[in-house]
Design a protein around this ligand. Structure first.
Ligand SMILES: C[S@@+](CC[C@H](N)C(=O)[O-])C[C@H]1O[C@@H](n2cnc3c(N)ncnc32)[C@H](O)[C@@H]1O
Length: 222
């Protein structure tokens, strides 16, 4: 198995074990944290309003919950059934939101046409060697708009550890004492430009430094 495949698998195990406590660990249960994210949420809402949205790596659907009401519909997908079980507890309107297990690297079997695809805290985890496979698969979904929301680095974020393909690595620890190695990119504008130079898209970048968030969005014209 390649190093990237091992890291993908390790991340899946990590998020499976983190599923039940994920929202709390991010502060998403705290109204003041949600209030601080208001500008980011408003930006995402504006990008998905009225659209049929595919969400990749939705996790327990914190972000989905913030924006689904203004969409036409949402298919929220994640690799891990345990995170989807957490998402189901939110009981988001079944008229609008469907949950489905799906691997972000194998999207071709998903049903339906989508106008927009959203992934929050996902792009930062994609190994560089899998980046273009992932993006090409995503673009084949026929979506008009693509939106990635990720974290900006904080003081403790950089580890100085990289693997042979240039992935920035972090060690994550869970309460069960297990440690996991996870890819976490913090892309510069130049790195973003280099990644998306393969595609005929203009990537809009918005940064929200107070809440350490970045939103990338672009339209596909095919
Ligand atoms: C950092 S969490 C983000 C969750 C959610 N988007 C949020 O921001 O609250 C990353 C998510 O990626 C999911 N994941 C990991 N590998 C995946 C894969 N190959 N395909 C789809 N989802 C995957 C994990 O289960 C986890 O829910």
């Amino acid at each position: 198995m390649s190093n990237a495949s091992k890291l993908i698998q390790e991340m899946q195990t990590y998020y499976h074990h983190r599923a039940a406590g994920y929202d709390a660990s991010m502060g998403y249960g705290r109204p003041e944290v949600v209030a601080q994210l208001a500008d980011v949420i408003a930006h995402l809402r504006q990008l998905v309003a009225g659209k049929r949205m595919l969400e990749i790596a939705c996790g327990p659907c914190f972000w989905t919950e913030q924006i689904y009401d203004c969409t036409h519909s949402v298919l929220a997908t994640d690799y891990s059934q345990s995170t989807l079980d957490q998402a189901a507890l939110k009981q988001l309107s079944a008229n609008k939101v469907q949950l489905q297990q799906a691997n972000a690297y194998e999207l071709s079997d998903l049903p339906g046409d989508f106008d927009v695809v959203l992934a929050v805290d996902w792009l930062a985890h994609v190994p560089m060697s899998r980046m273009h496979d992932f993006l090409r698969g995503l673009h084949l979904q026929g979506t008009g708009q693509v939106v990635f929301c990720d974290q900006l680095p904080g003081a403790q974020s950089w580890t100085g550890q990289y693997d042979a393909e240039g992935n920035h690595l972090q060690s994550r620890h869970l309460k069960n004492d297990a440690s996991y190695t996870v890819i976490k990119h913090f892309f510069s504008d130049a790195e973003i430009a280099a990644i998306f130079s393969e595609y005929a898209v203009d990537v809009a970048i918005a940064r929200y430094p107070d809440v350490r968030r970045i939103v990338l969005s672009y339209s596909l014209t095919h």
